[in-house]
Ligand binder design. Structure first.
Ligand code: DAH
Length: 336
């Protein structure tokens, strides 16, 4: 059969192709190992005349290319055809499934809210490592070795030097070592205590530390900042109350209460009828902390505070069991 007849045959056969099997047969008939085109190439070897061989070779190549064009065209046509048939079986007007969107964990939400309140007051954010040294977690914060104040922190020790930080206060030291005043910093993070789990304790929880260092910082600055913070975070016009307390790294130190968010201070089971809820610890930065970071305590003054994020979230949302935060029960998480 001469090449032009073969060409015509190709075109006619291609027109008949209507499905995948037809296309496969078409390919093996011409392109396959024993296919017509392959055979033509084999026969070419037997031609002795160089010119004739060259001419014939070109013709077979043309034929091969023609075949490939037809093949690709048909293949495209079949893919489109299958797609159209599939679409016929789909009701495109059928309403989409309701995909449930994830959202931020309530603790993350509260953490973000706390950060945003302080950022608006001009504070910057700093972070520190979960694994701390005894020096940053205790010593530089004026807890000398063997001082009984260390008993307040049930510590997970790693070895003699390293531990899981029991609070975010070490970030104060880390920041002050690296930066010069004036400073206005908040430091959020995860902290660890060797506590058994119950409705109000967890070995892992979250704190936000805050501190400010400059000349002539007064206790009233601390009061102003925290008073504004509590009003913002609870969204209510609540009073704050400062009770004298002790922390090694502040002097004087205070425990800060806010009027009960539940009864607005009248007295209820949430505040055990006192009208007040303890929300954080605070004070004026101790001169020994300034000495540890080589700040002159005669020149610089500052305040610091530290709060538990779980506690704030529980009070804000009226949650009475801390374990709910960690169980990942969607029926709980969905409510925030
Ligand atoms: N670090 C303290 C704790 O975890 C909380 C605290 C109290 C932080 C007073 C402060 C502060 O910065 O001034 O118990």
């Amino acid at each position: 059969m001469d090449i032009s007849t073969l060409k015509e045959q190709l075109r006619n056969e291609a027109e008949q192709i209507n499905n995948e099997i037809d296309l496969k047969n078409f390919a093996s008939k011409y392109r396959g190992n024993n296919g017509i085109i392959s055979k033509l190439f084999q026969e070419l070897k037997n031609l002795k005349n160089k010119e004739e061989k060259k001419q014939k070779g070109k013709e077979i190549n043309d034929l091969k290319q023609y075949f490939e064009e037809l093949y690709t065209e048909k293949e495209k046509f079949l893919i489109e055809k299958i797609k159209q048939e599939e679409l016929k079986n789909i009701d495109v007007t059928f309403p989409a499934y309701n995909i449930k969107k994830g959202k931020l964990h309530p603790l993350t939400q509260v953490m973000e809210e706390i950060k945003s309140i302080f950022l608006r007051m001009g504070f910057s954010i700093a972070e520190g490592p979960d694994i701390e040294t005894d020096y940053y977690n205790f010593e530089a914060l004026n807890f000398p070795i063997d001082h009984p104040a260390r008993d307040m922190h049930d510590t997970f020790k790693i070895d003699d030097k390293n531990l899981l930080r029991t609070h975010t206060s070490p970030i104060q030291v880390r920041v002050m070592e690296k930066q010069k005043p004036p400073l206005k910093i908040i430091a959020p993070g995860r902290v660890f205590r060797r506590d058994a789990v119950d409705a109000s304790h967890s070995p892992v929880f979250h704190q936000v530390e805050g501190f400010m260092v400059d000349k002539n910082i007064r206790f009233s600055d601390l009061k102003g900042v925290l008073d504004l913070f509590t009003k913002e975070i609870f969204g209510k016009d609540l009073k704050t109350r400062f009770r004298p307390s002790f922390f090694p790294f502040t002097e004087p130190s205070a425990e800060v209460d806010v009027q009960c968010v539940n009864c607005m201070g009248k007295g209820c089971p949430v505040c055990k009828q006192t009208g007040w809820l303890e929300i954080l610890g605070a004070g004026m930065i101790h001169p020994n902390v300034f000495r540890a970071v080589k700040y002159d305590p005669e020149k610089w003054t500052g305040f610091a505070f530290g709060m538990g994020v779980e506690r704030i979230a529980m009070l804000k949302y009226g949650i009475d069991d801390l374990r709910l935060f960690y169980e990942n029960d969607l029926r709980f998480l969905d409510q925030f």
